[in-house]
Design a protein around this ligand. Structure first.
Ligand SMILES: NC(=O)CC[C@H](N)C(=O)O
Length: 355
């Protein structure tokens, strides 16, 4: 008998050691990041997912709030080969089930071979394999979480960096705090606005730049953000990170598709097609832009699988990234993205589209 079970969509039930109790379900994914567990666990893009760490020891440098990317833990459960007491205590307080003493190498291989899959987890003194299976049966696919934006967005307009040089409207589809900080550090005033902000709401802010944030789930479920991009393209410079890139692409006639197991880690190589330069990037996504549409050019690609990592339209003042240039966690290679984005707000550079 064990005190923790993980039921997988492929029919297996795996025994583990229970570290934080509870019963839950979600899409089982993995990250290869070897640092940054505080940032990953508080990244809103992990909402409705169960996060497996492929790095075997998680928690070796403690838990500090100043590293958090949001005010709570977002994955529904966490899995590692070994969690330290610090992390276990934190997940316990946050009511997030955690399991370890599990063969994560084998689990990650299964996800790579079979794709991200639904799972159910049951942790506690009296749990049985049937409890984990019952959770699995109730697990929805990612795209079925149509209201996912509501659970991760700000409720009201919040301003950071008052009195800055430019006003950025950041549509919060589940934004990481370090995106806000990266802009404020560069003297922007950041208006964090709800995911369902309308054009009328945006007019009240009168921003110099429209920025669509990262966020969880299927970009097709962020219709309001897509409509904002459609309404303001050519009139405002537009930027996007991760889900933001996907939303911008969809708004301009592009398509998005689900990947088999996604990209999650801090060493994803990306090639810039103009310069030929390769940078290491932080990533966390399960969807990707398929066709960019005829208004956007693919400017950067993933070295491993050629998927679109950066899109742009210089005349319309649009730049997006599939990866996370804010680098929390991860390498600082692409922090210059924020300078490029803010440079678009320079009126002398901004050409208004005439179609
Ligand atoms: N980090 C993100 O913004 C993730 C984007 C989207 N939810 C995906 O999984 O592809």
């Amino acid at each position: 008998m064990s005190d923790a079970y993980l039921a997988l969509e492929d029919g297996r039930v795996i025994e583990a050691r229970g570290r934080a109790p509870g019963r839950t379900r979600g899409e089982l994914v993995f990250t290869t990041a070897y640092t940054g567990y505080e940032e990953s666990l508080t990244d809103p893009s992990y909402e409705e997912q169960v996060l497996t760490f492929s790095y075997p020891l998680i928690g070796n440098y403690g838990v500090r709030e100043e590293r958090f990317e949001s005010d709570r833990v977002h994955p529904r459960a966490a899995i590692a080969h070994e969690f330290t007491e610090d992390v276990v205590e934190w997940l316990h307080e946050e009511d997030v089930p955690a399991i370890d003493h599990i063969d994560t190498r084998e689990l990650v291989t299964s996800i790579r071979e079979e794709g991200a899959m639904k799972c159910g987890i049951a942790v506690g003194d009296d749990v049985t394999p049937a409890d984990a299976k019952a959770e699995l049966e109730q697990c929805k696919g990612m795209s079925e979480h149509v209201d996912i934006g509501k659970r991760v967005t700000t409720v009201e307009h919040t301003t950071y960096g008052e009195g800055g040089d430019v006003d950025v409207a950041l549509i919060d589809c589940g934004a990481k705090m370090s995106i806000v900080e990266s802009l404020v550090e560069r003297d922007a005033t950041v208006h964090v606005l709800p995911y369902d902000t309308t054009s009328e709401d945006l007019a009240a802010v009168d921003p110099d730049l429209l920025f669509i944030s990262n966020g969880p789930g299927d970009p097709a479920n962020f219709e309001a953000a897509q409509e904002l991009v459609e309404a303001h393209v050519g009139e405002l410079p537009i930027a996007g990170i991760c889900l933001g890139q996907q939303v911008v692409a969809r708004a301009l006639g592009g398509t998005t598709e689900k990947m088999d197991f996604g990209h999650r880690g801090v060493n994803q190589p990306v090639r810039d097609l103009d310069s030929g330069k390769v940078v290491m990037t932080t990533q966390n996504h399960g969807y990707t832009v398929g066709e960019p549409g005829d208004k956007l050019d693919v400017k950067q690609i993933n070295v491993n699988d050629d998927t679109a990592e950066g899109l742009a339209n210089e005349e319309l003042d649009i730049i997006t990234r599939q990866y996370h240039p804010e680098a929390h966690p991860g390498p600082h290679d692409s922090l210059g993205f924020f300078d490029d984005v803010l440079a678009m707000t320079d009126a002398s550079q901004h050409v208004v589209a005439d179609d």
